[in-house]
Every structure is written in structure tokens, then in C-alpha cells.
Design a binder for this molecule. Structure first.
Ligand code: ZN
Length: 150
């Protein structure tokens, strides 16, 4: 959580989310430092936070973003799919896709919430053993509500 310039305890996107949280990699911090979020991606991310992640956060408590946008190099480093939705607007296959990986303390509660809202997602991947969720937000391919347990 960052304190923004107006001194309020607020994220710069929503109450609890800031743009910097989506430029992360625990394993490759130097590659993560090269991530740049474009103005178009930021406005898309704002919608994702305002209408999806913040309501989830309000329901389950603190959420940690473990992977947001990736550069090509970072995506290769973490062994991501070739045209991963984590490439955001650099994804040549699914224009408009955004993917975010999250974890939280209350995984069962989060899973229930996510399953109920899967139609708002392009693809929900539930990694139970690794304790995180991949959230793929809609792209231009008219795919909604796909759930995979991995
Ligand atoms: Zn992912």
C-alpha cells in the first residue's frame, strides 16, 4: 500500500489498488522493473480494479498480485505461454486481454466469489496447490466464463 500525494491512505487506481502492484515478479525483480503500463492499459486496469478486484478485496480482505503485466523477457523467464494474456496489449493474438494472478489468505472464499462471477472473466484458472488464481479478463475473442483447475 502506497500513500498517494494527497496524503490519503488510498491506492492510485482504487481504494486498495495501485498501478505499481501490477508490475511485479518475485523471482525476477530486475525484469519487472522494466514493465511500463501504457495509458490505454491503465484505463483498462482501472476498470478491472474498480469493478472486479476491489469488490473481491472488499469481500476477502488483502489480495496480493503475484503477476500482472509481463514484458516478453519476463514472460519467457517465468515460462509463460507464448502469447500469454499477461503480455497485455503486447499480446498479438488476443487484443484487449489483461491477465492478473492473485493470491490471498482466504482462498476458499475467493474461489467461491470468483466462480460466481466467472462470466465476467475470459478465463479463470484455479491453481489450488500453488495457492493462486489466474484471472484473464475479456479480449476480442468472445470467450467468457471458462474455468480450469490446474
Ligand atoms: Zn496468470
Amino acid at each position: 500500500m502506497q500513500i498517494n500525494t494527497n496524503g490519503l491512505d488510498m491506492g492510485d487506481l482504487t481504494k486498495n489498488f495501485s498501478e505499481w502492484e501490477f508490475k511485479v515478479s518475485e523471482g525476477y525483480p530486475l525484469l519487472a522493473a522494466q514493465i511500463v503500463i501504457t495509458p490505454a492499459e491503465r484505463s483498462q486496469l482501472l476498470c478491472v480494479c474498480k469493478f472486479f478486484l476491489q469488490p473481491l478485496r472488499n469481500y476477502v480482505g488483502t489480495i496480493t498480485v503475484t503477476s500482472g503485466k509481463r514484458t516478453r523477457l519476463l514472460n519467457i523467464a517465468v515460462d509463460g505461454a507464448e502469447n500469454s494474456d499477461h503480455l497485455w496489449s503486447a499480446n498479438p493474438v488476443r487484443i484487449g486481454a489483461i491477465a492478473v494472478d492473485i493470491t490471498c489468505e482466504h482462498l476458499n472464499l475467493a474461489e467461491k466469489w470468483l466462480i460466481e462471477r466467472r462470466d465476467m472473466l475470459r478465463h479463470l484458472v484455479i491453481y489450488r496447490d500453488r495457492k493462486f488464481f489466474h484471472l484473464g479478463f475479456p479480449a476480442n475473442d468472445n470467450q467468457y466464463g471458462k474455468v480450469t483447475r490446474a
